[in-house]
Design a protein around this ligand. Structure first.
Ligand SMILES: Nc1ncnc2c1ncn2[C@@H]1O[C@H](COP(=O)(O)OP(=O)(O)OP(=O)(O)O)[C@@H](O)[C@H]1O
Ligand SMILES: [Mg+2]
Length: 220
């Protein structure tokens, strides 16, 4: 299995308000192969979101190597890194981060801006249909339920068919029934498209459903 994600000796330290340094990430080695699906677990404040942001190139590590699909994004210019992220990484946030002034379809199309040309509006519509929102294309986020908004966010994250999908507690804002539905959907799309998935969760039920459970503390 070829590696889509590989990290070596990655560390990240924050300076706290009182001036003290806080080493949040100190990670020896971590890999995910093509099409692999894993959950990342750890206590609140242990650095899970920080790790996803490092992998996405939203944050830069103090040291260490991060390889995504054969490229080290930390070595790219900021603009090149943004383009690389758009084409290679789908990011599903806990709080969706949808643009309120735009419709469901426009939100997905906006995700396509920097991505490689794949499918244009057809793919965006097809993805929204596949997440059960074919009848909600022209709705703005405010007019969508929370579960529907998260499904738009999933469609947006997947619109460029990224090799790597990161999801930070994607079911955290949903009730149990919607949470299960959204999670099943995300996993089904990743399985079908052979996207590698790294998903943060606190939910023991979700953990149980994954073969690979990674504890952040075990990576030190
Ligand atoms: N920009 C920053 N500056 C200073 N400290 C930060 C910064 N970002 C995060 N931290 C600290 O780093 C630690 C890890 O934060 P992070 O958000 O990665 O945790 P988490 O594991 O995702 O937690 P949760 O499960 O609650 O979402 C926390 O103690 C947080 O306060
Ligand atoms: Mg977090």
């Amino acid at each position: 299995m070829s590696e889509v994600l590989s990290l070596r000796n990655v560390s990240k330290t924050f300076r706290e308000a009182d001036g003290n340094l806080l080493e949040v990430i100190s990670l020896r080695q971590f890999e995910l192969g093509a099409g692999e699906q894993a959950v990342l677990v750890g206590e609140s404040g242990s650095g899970k979101s920080t790790l996803l942001n490092l992998i996405a190139g939203i944050l830069l590590p103090d040291k260490g190597e991060i390889m995504v699909n054969g490229t080290n994004p930390t070595k790219l210019s900021e603009a090149a890194r943004d383009r690389f992220r758009a084409a290679n990484i789908g990011y599903v946030f806990q709080s969706f981060n949808l643009l309120q002034g735009f419709t469901a379809l426009e939100n997905v199309l906006l995700g396509q801006m920097f991505g490689s040309a794949n499918g244009g509006a057809d793919r965006a519509v097809q993805l929204l249909k596949s997440v059960g929102l074919g009848h909600r294309l022209q709705h703005k986020p405010r007019a969508l339920s929370v579960g529907e908004q998260q499904r738009v966010a999933i469609a947006r994250a997947l619109v460029n068919a990224p090799p790597l999908v990161l999801a930070d507690e994607p079911t955290g804002s949903l009730d149990a029934r919607n949470g299960v539905a959204v999670l099943d959907l995300l996993r089904r799309i990743c399985t079908e498209g052979k996207h590698t998935l790294l998903l943060v969760t606190h939910d023991p039920q979700v953990m149980k459903s994954f073969e690979k459970v990674v504890r952040l503390e075990d990576l030190r």
